[in-house]
Design a protein around this ligand. Sequence first.
Ligand SMILES: NC(=O)c1ccc[n+]([C@@H]2O[C@H](COP(=O)([O-])OP(=O)(O)OC[C@H]3O[C@@H](n4cnc5c(N)ncnc54)[C@H](OP(=O)(O)O)[C@@H]3O)[C@@H](O)[C@H]2O)c1
Length: 194
Amino acid sequence: MRKLTYFIACSIDGFIGDPEGDASAMVSLVDEELLEFFRTEYPETLPTHGRRPLGMDDLPNKRFDTIIQGRASYDLALKEGITSPYAHLREYVASRTLGESPDPNVEIIADDLVGRVRALKAEDSAYDIYLCGGSKLAGELADEIDELVIKTYPIVQGSGMPMFASGFSITEFALESVRTLGNGIMVRTYSRKR
Ligand SMILES: NC(=O)c1ccc[n+]([C@@H]2O[C@H](COP(=O)([O-])OP(=O)(O)OC[C@H]3O[C@@H](n4cnc5c(N)ncnc54)[C@H](OP(=O)(O)O)[C@@H]3O)[C@@H](O)[C@H]2O)c1
């Protein structure tokens, strides 16, 4: 069974964006060391149009071959006229309102989200599945998440969009690794205790 990995940027106090979800306060802290981390370990987690100017266009996928996004997260690309923001991955977008996919590389999941994700996890592949977010989708899929890779940026927000839009429920994870970057960004990897 391959893993569903929630790979996410958040503040020290656990928010993935401002109250509307805007994550630009974190994006503004991206530096060369973090880019090197992406380049060597997770190049496929950068959007296709972001990889080009960084010279990462030809880098092979290292961890993931599939991405799943919520419609609100996908909307950010659509607003820029980009219909396949992760063209180097198989793209799935959860949405009950989008209807037909605007791009042949993007499949819309309108029904039975959990069942579809379980089927993707059961596929025979050496690569895992990148759960991109946002908060609502992560909340819906919380029980299916096998791994968390949390990039914590050295900022406190006070309020904002939580990592999971879900009700109160305790789920245990085991800490697998911690990596601290020079600019104060910390990357923690956790695996789900089952
Ligand atoms: N910090 C980070 O690393 C990071 C990463 C990703 C995103 N974000 C931020 O997250 C924000 C968006 O998060 P969000 O919580 O508002 O929205 P979201 O999770 O991206 O998308 C929510 C939408 O997904 C669809 N959806 C959710 N559950 C579904 C289900 N069971 N079946 C079918 N469709 C389902 C629905 O679309 P329909 O309404 O079309 O039905 C729902 O409105 C963005 O502003 C983005 O900046 C941050």
